[in-house]
Write a protein that binds this ligand. Structure first.
Ligand code: AGP
Length: 589
């Protein structure tokens, strides 16, 4: 939900910022904007659309202080006026912001003498800073005084014509500082996410909530009230190539294919950490898996896996609904938050609710230093490397593998679980060859002309059907719905017409026969049956084979759904990496 970047150094600031914005586009791509602090004024360019689609982004002074923004619209329509950076009345202050200022309307009423040029909540910040500077405060103090007035979640970066400082602050939305390496000392970056500046440095400081960073020829940290705080850089191990396309046409297919490695990377964990978390689950009086969208479906798959592997009941609730469960929470409750980004606002709010009740919190996240990781009592990293396509793929299977590993650990059978998951990882590696991709691509051509499709699964594969539907909705924009196989005859079967594509997710398990019967029921009404299954069956009009991996069937059954979503999107001329109306990390409620 919006990506922001700031730069201070000897390079051409606009080049660094434009480059960084292209790397942050996955966070939002409704519009973009760049501001360079020139002498004597700030030079700004902004446009509606994706910055990567613009050959000519306009001209900028070559100064080394610049900020930029790529927007996912929340407050205000997708227009040039609403694009960031936003300035004050005189244009001497420019601000980029990620988050939501909940009290902007009240604050706006106070600033009657100011002229606003956008509908956004962000613009309030530049005018508040201006007001403070007009009353005699310096730039740095004016930013501090402004942000203490804001309610909501925000990451803010501000520049001003009368200062050589860039001031950044965070509360609730992510902000990371990049510290130039030895060859480029005195060079600093600030961004929503590391890939924005990873090609320049891997030395990072994760700002804490309530931090302000004052960046000049060095960097100082304080709280919102000016009290100094110390923040030390850490080196992160991601390589630049992990965040690049590396010859692939899209991040989505790159990340799907990376599952040849990422399942193994996910299960490679410190044993102590796994045992610690398993112990927390075993000792809790009520565990909840919490996630949103795909991560929520992973939680549901996890609750089936915990039941069959560890004989344990685990609740699964989507982040936005979790606050409604507060009556069931005690200091013996454990919540396990599942999230790729670690920044999803609904899940973060669930943590806040849980913490108020004294619950323990564990997170399973892919982004080191993310808010969720830092709010948790313990965490497990997915180790998948950066996931840049908006649609989650490799991290989904990594999360399922981690939950499975935890279930085995809870059952006291971790070694068995490790051996099993390692064999699953090998089978995925073998499965994802060119011939496999061609088969799914052929299927995509057959279904691309349809506007609706249905997916059925039972037991562990019921949430996989729901996840398959998300994939077909968000990337090729097909109206897809997932059902528990048994539910079909209670209503949805009325939707089946001649040729309607229906996917049956099958595994070699207790419910296989019932799923096949449901597929037969659909076929009798004219449905075109696509079987994702370890063995072919005469009911299937099209078969997508998957390895027979027992309880790990959700891992292997999800992968062909991801491929189908990708290839169908290509057939329908949709952008697989940047689907309309979506953003990679959803940092608003
Ligand atoms: C996944 O394909 C979706 N883009 C979306 O549902 C996503 O899983 C959800 O927004 C949660 O994100 P998180 O894993 O970063 O918390």
């Amino acid at each position: 939900m919006c990506g922001i970047i700031g730069y201070v150094g000897n390079r051409n600031g606009s080049d660094v910022v434009i480059n960084g914005l292209k790397k942050l586009e996955y966070r939002g791509y409704d519009s973009w904007g760049v501001a360079v602090k020139g002498n004597p004024s700030i030079s700004i360019q902004k446009q509606v659309g994706k910055i990567s689609d613009f050959k000519d982004v306009g001209s900028f002074p070559s100064d080394g202080i610049a900020i930029g923004h790529t927007r996912w619209a929340t407050n205000g329509k997708v227009t040039k006026e609403n694009s960031h950076p936003h300035t004050c009345c005189t244009g001497k202050i420019a601000v980029v912001h990620n988050g939501i200022i909940e009290n902007y309307q009240e604050l706006k009423k106070e600033l009657v003498s100011h002229t606003f040029s956008s509908e956004t909540d962000t613009e309030i910040i530049s005018h508040l800073i201006e007001e403070n500077m007009d009353s005699g405060l310096g730039f740095e103090d004016s930013v501090r005084a402004a942000i203490t007035r804001l309610d909501g979640r925000f990451a803010v970066v501000a520049v001003c014509t009368s200062s050589d400082k860039v001031v950044a602050a965070r509360k609730g939305s992510p902000l990371v500082i990049g510290v130039g390496d030895c060859a480029h000392e005195g060079e600093f970056f600030v961004a929503s996410d590391i890939p924005a500046f990873l090609e320049y440095t891997n030395k990072v400081v994760f700002l804490e909530d309530g931090d302000v960073a004052i960046i000049h020829d060095g960097i100082r940290y304080s709280d919102f009230y000016g009290k100094r705080v110390e923040r030390l850089p850490t080196e992160i191990s991601w390589g630049v190539e992990q965040a690049e396309l590396n010859g692939h046409e899209h991040y989505m297919i790159k990340e799907i294919l990376e599952q040849k490695d990422t399942i193994r990377m996910a299960i490679t964990q410190e044993e102590d950490r796994i045992m610690r978390v398993a112990d927390m689950i075993n000792r809790s009086f009520g565990t909840f898996f919490i996630g949103c969208g795909t991560a929520g479906k992973v939680g549901s798959i996890g609750s089936y896996l915990f039941s069959s592997i560890a004989g344990k009941h685990v609740n699964c609730v989507v982040g936005s609904e979790f606050p409604n469960y507060h009556d069931f929470l005690t200091d013996k409750t454990l919540i396990v938050c599942i999230s790729q980004s670690g920044e999803t606002a609904d899940t973060l709010e669930a943590i806040e609710v849980a913490k108020k009740k004294g619950c323990k919190v564990v997170s399973i996240v892919n982004v080191m230093g993310s808010t969720m990781m830092r709010m948790s009592d313990d965490y497990i990293m997915c180790n998948s490397g950066p996931e840049k396509a908006v649609c989650s793929t490799k991290v989904t299977t990594a999360q399922i593998a981690i939950l499975m590993k935890l279930a085995y650990a809870c059952a006291g059978r971790l070694d068995e679980g490790n051996r099993f998951l390692s064999s699953v990882s090998t089978k995925v590696e073998i499965m994802l060859d060119d011939k496999y991709l061609e088969n799914v691509q052929f299927l995509a051509k057959r279904i691309a002309g349809h506007e609706s499709m249905y997916i059925i699964g039972r037991s562990h594969n019921y949430p996989v059907a729901l996840e398959g539907a998300i994939k077909m909705q968000e990337v090729p924009y097909i109206h897809a719905e997932g059902f528990a196989g048994g539910e079909l005859k209670h209503g949805p079967i009325a939707l089946i017409q001649n040729g309607t594509p229906c996917i049956a997710l099958v595994a070699n398990d207790d419910v296989k026969k019932d799923t096949i019967i449901n597929a037969l029921e659909i076929k009798s009404r004219g449905g075109f049956i696509i079987g994702i299954a370890p063995e072919n069956n005469e009911v299937f009009d099209f078969w997508v084979p998957v390895p027979d991996v027992g309880l790990a069937s959700p891992i292997v059954n999800i992968i062909p759904m991801q491929l189908l979503s990708y290839f169908t999107a290509l057939e329908r001329k949709c952008d697989p990496d940047k689907p309309r109306n979506l953003a990679k990390s959803v940092t608003v409620k």
